[in-house]
Design a binder for this molecule. Structure first.
Ligand code: CMC
Length: 429
């Protein structure tokens, strides 16, 4: 990182301080304020960390104004066109695309870690039949620490790598168990002769009574969604994983925390909320009413699947998914009135001054739910699909952080409560 300096003048004290300017390989320059408090007595105030780089990372690059997303330097469009999810997983974890034997070894490792301990099935069967799958999933992943308590050392690179592979491999199996528990289906064991995404579809949908053929159109579409959701630099769930990781917590605890953060409707839960919203809107005639609600500052309603903290022109994942959505529905011969509704809503919102002014565009999750639905995945499982993919990003970011853990994450605050006062005995209050 190159270093320039910016001088900050404090007009109250007449003192000045030089702040180093850090520059990564791409992206905006960043002021280094590490020593600000020590030298000036000031903290900085940045609600939602919107202006704060909490780490340096070589994994994912986003230029929100230009709509650029790159994994390890490769544009998302090229990966979506040419790669597959497992190869992208290798890339995110290791920094480079694999050669043939590296890919074969990685595939073998992930495949052979895809089964879960039989006792985990017992644990999962204790959930109520209508438990939300994200609740089951965060519980199940946290519980993996109890199954692998002899391989939890975040200081040991071999144990770290093993934990990352175990989580990536087992997440689809756990997701399928969540789904099957709700449906009352017996669990299906993952099949080693299938690829990552095909294996997941088989583990989800096969039944013992008859053979199950994975539909290649469905597998390709889901694999694409997994690629697009695999990582997104320091978003809320990834920052959660890093924050928990900075305490030295075990990897399963870190990823379980990431799953909990992802569940929120402002983050990964948005895909579920989009379909619920489209259901609520019901027909094209009702769109103006809902657009008005979204614009009303006294109404908490927001257009789900619209807006992004970082993308202020377009979300490149949304452009890819929009096209994929049409292709998948065509190839599977499905007509979905919700797709027509979504397109109309998108068009009306994109012409509305409120959305234009605030640079609110459809994000990755505006269309992903319609594809999941076409693949027979129920709405309550949408965020679980996101979690399967993002486990790769969380694992890559956790591994990167553990290479050079630095300080425990610990933001500051502006205290606005009572100033010092004396305790009064009960009869004096
Ligand atoms: N509908 C209506 N108004 C909105 C929306 C929306 N979806 N998103 C933002 N705004 C308004 C917001 O009220 C604010 O208006 P004003 O300036 O008048 O107060 C302005 O736009 C700026 O919004 P913000 O809340 O400051 O933006 P943010 O960067 O903090 O929030 C966001 C980003 C994604 C949380 C937000 O846009 C949102 O809640 N969107 C809907 C949920 C969603 O689709 N989330 C998925 C994100 S992509 C998947 C992922 O990475 O997890």
């Amino acid at each position: 990182m190159s270093e320039n300096k910016v001088t900050l003048n404090d007009q109250t004290t007449g003192k000045s301080i030089e702040l180093p300017v850090l520059k990564g390989s791409q992206g905006d320059p960043t002021l280094d304020i590490k020593n600000l408090h020590k030298e000036t007595g000031y903290f900085t105030y940045d609600p939602g960390f919107a202006q704060t780089a909490a780490c340096s990372s070589a994994i994912t690059f986003i230029d929100g104004n230009k709509g650029v997303l790159q994994y390890r330097g490769y544009p998302i469009e090229q990966l979506a066109e040419n790669s597959n999810f497992l190869e992208v997983a290798y890339l995110l974890l290791n920094g480079n695309l694999p050669n043939t034997s590296e890919m074969a070894d990685f595939d073998h490792d992930i495949t052979y870690h895809s089964m879960v301990h039989e006792k985990l099935n017992n644990f999962m069967s204790g959930f109520h039949y209508d438990a939300h799958p994200m609740a089951m999933m965060s519980g199940a992943v946290g519980s993996l620490a109890a199954f692998y308590h002899d391989r939890l050392d975040p200081e040991d690179p071999n144990q770290r790598e093993l934990a990352a592979k175990r989580m990536i491999a087992k997440m689809p199996t756990i997701a399928a168990i969540c789904y099957r528990h709700h449906r009352g289906l017996p669990n299906a064991y993952p099949k080693n002769n299938l690829g990552f995404t095909e294996r997941f579809l088989d583990t989800m949908f096969s039944v013992p009574a008859e053979p199950y053929e994975v539909n290649p159109v469905a597998a390709k579409a889901l694999d694409l969604l997994f690629i697009l959701h695999a990582d997104h630099e320091q978003n809320a769930s990834t920052s959660t994983v890093r924050l928990v990781g900075s305490t030295g917590a075990n990897p399963y605890a870190c990823i379980a925390a990431g799953i909990a953060a992802l569940w929120g409707p402002a983050h990964g839960g948005a895909n579920e909320s989009v379909l619920k919203m489209l259901d609520e809107i019901g027909s094209v005639d009702n769109i103006p009413k809902y657009i008005a609600k979204a614009k009303d500052r006294n109404d908490p309603f927001r257009l789900m699947g619209f807006g992004h903290r970082v993308y202020k022109n377009f979300d490149p994942r949304a452009s890819i998914i929009r096209k994929a959505c049409h292709d998948v529905l065509n190839e599977l011969n499905i007509t979905d009135p919700q797709l027509d509704l979504a397109m109309e809503l998108e068009e009306i919102a994109l012409r509305d001054e409120f959305f234009v002014e605030r640079k609110l565009y459809p994000n990755v999750d505006f269309y992903s739910g319609i594809i999941y639905k076409a693949l027979g995945i129920p709405v309550s499982m949408f965020t679980v699909m996101f979690a399967i993919a993002r486990t790769v990003g969380w694992a890559a970011q956790w591994l990167e952080m553990r290479e050079d853990p630095g300080k425990i994450g610990r933001p500051r605050q502006i205290y606005t409560g009572e100033t010092t006062r004396d305790y009064l005995k009960m009869d004096q209050r």
